[in-house]
Design a protein around this ligand. Structure first.
Ligand code: ZN
Length: 70
């Protein structure tokens, strides 16, 4: 842990803190986390969606092969 200068008020802020304790300004670390978190969620959601679409497609194939129309 080391101290960095707050960009807003110039106070000392821990580089592990997510916001300045004096003025509440988010630190660079907090901004990185704010980017990384939704990005990670979007990637995971995309993988789950891709998986569901594949599974749904296979289920449709199985259902069609078991009970052919007509
Ligand atoms: Zn500050």
């Amino acid at each position: 842990m080391r101290l960095v200068k707050c960009g807003a008020c110039g106070g000392d802020v821990s580089d592990e803190a997510q916001a300045c304790p004096k003025c509440g300004q988010p630190t660079a670390r907090a901004k990185r986390i704010a980017w990384a978190y939704p990005l990670t969620l979007a990637i995971i959601a995309g993988c789950i969606l891709w998986f569901l679409v594949r599974v749904a497609g296979q289920i449709v194939n199985v259902v069609q092969s078991v009970s052919p129309p007509g």
